[in-house]
Write a protein that binds this ligand. Structure first.
Ligand code: G6D
Length: 348
């Protein structure tokens, strides 16, 4: 096992550092101190080389140039959209400046996805960890409270990766972070159309034309959203197109059964049919945003620019929960730290 640190770039007069953890099987993960970006999940291929399972750039500038992609970033304090940038916590109203039309997206213009983190690396038995910490307060992102955030990436010798999110605050605020990692398991010049997706989901959320949940859940069965059984993404995307879906792909929230309930089932299983590479994703929250990077012409990443060059699977509490109490409570209150987990198991 080994840990390496190198300079990856510069931003806002600070060094962007890359931390690489490599296990005994020559599987490695790399994370950056900026935005907690998960830059690489390298696994061996059959030709004696290695392949990055993640959409990533090998230099830092594309991450800023295409910041709206949020590629690999830790997103928070709140992932997804909050209608009007307004919310109530325990009867008190708050407002945060919007950054997508009239709504707040992914924590706003200066949220966790735009911060530098302190990083500590360590070996813990047969696991390697990168522990990222930062504090975000009202002067930075306009949310109430000083929120202390710890994001721990763990690579184990079984090749699994776990991301633990810990939050605590000195005043009532919100906490619903995620990892905005995009997957493309093919490692070749291919889109994700040949990937096979299975979701532990019976419903998805109805969205309005600003992509805000209306509060209604729609049954997936016999629709392009039906991933109860392994389903080829290219086929589902084609079915969506036939329904004249204006987005040109998935940018949708699935209601999932949290993995820590019942039989510890993954919320999602993604497999590349051509290579058999597979990721089982576990999450302890009830929402999964599936975004197939629709209509994007983004150069300088490790897959050819164009629609569906990767798929983001964003585990979180269902979006805009402050306006839909039945989705869950994402408030973070003083004296009550919160912990969430995303976990990925790799098979080949
Ligand atoms: C999320 O739902 C959103 C998309 O609309 C956005 O474009 C993407 O993040 C970057 O998946």
């Amino acid at each position: 096992m080994k840990i390496a640190t190198e300079k990856f770039g510069e931003y806002r007069n600070q060094d962007v550092m890359k931390y690489t953890l490599t296990n005994d099987n020559n599987v490695s993960i790399s994370v950056l101190n900026f935005a907690g970006i998960w830059q690489a999940y390298m696994v061996p291929n059959t030709r004696g080389g290695r392949v990055n399972l993640l959409l990533a750039a090998d230099t830092f500038d594309p991450y800023i140039e295409h910041g709206s992609l949020y590629a690999g970033r830790i997103v928070g304090r709140v992932a997804g959209r909050i209608a009007g940038g307004n919310f109530d916590i325990d009867g008190q109203s708050y407002s945060v400046p919007t950054n997508e039309g009239d709504n707040l997206l992914h924590g706003g213009a200066n949220g966790l996805a735009q911060q530098f983190y302190q990083v500590e690396t360590k070996q813990d038995g047969d696991k390697l960890q990168a522990i990222l910490t930062t504090s975000i307060d009202t002067t930075t992102d306009h949310f109430p409270g000083k929120e202390d955030v710890k994001v721990t990436y763990t690579l184990a010798n079984d090749n699994s990766v776990t991301i633990d999110f810990d939050g605590q605050t000195d005043a009532k605020t919100l906490f619903n972070p995620t990892s905005h990692t995009y997957w493309n398991l093919s490692g070749e010049a291919k889109t994700i159309q040949g990937h096979v997706l299975t979701l532990n989901s019976k419903y998805h959320l109805q969205l309005d034309n600003e992509k805000l949940p209306t509060g209604r859940k729609i049954l997936n069965k016999n629709t392009p959203f039906d991933f109860r059984y392994p389903t080829v993404l290219g086929t589902a995307l084609q079915h969506l197109q036939e329904e004249h879906n204006p987005e040109g792909g998935f940018d949708d929230t699935f209601v999932v059964l949290p993995s820590n309930r019942l039989a510890h089932e993954p919320v999602a299983v993604l497999m590349d049919a051509a290579t058999g590479r597979k990721i089982k994703m576990y999450s302890d929250r009830n929402g999964l945003v599936v975004y197939t990077a629709n209509g994007l012409k983004v150069d300088d990443y490790n897959r050819p620019a164009g629609s569906w060059f990767a798929i983001a699977l964003e585990g979180q509490t269902l979006p805009d929960a402050p306006h839909h109490p039945q989705f869950g409570d994402i408030a973070l209150r003083p004296g009550h730290p919160e912990h969430f987990q995303l976990r990925y198991e790799y098979f080949a």
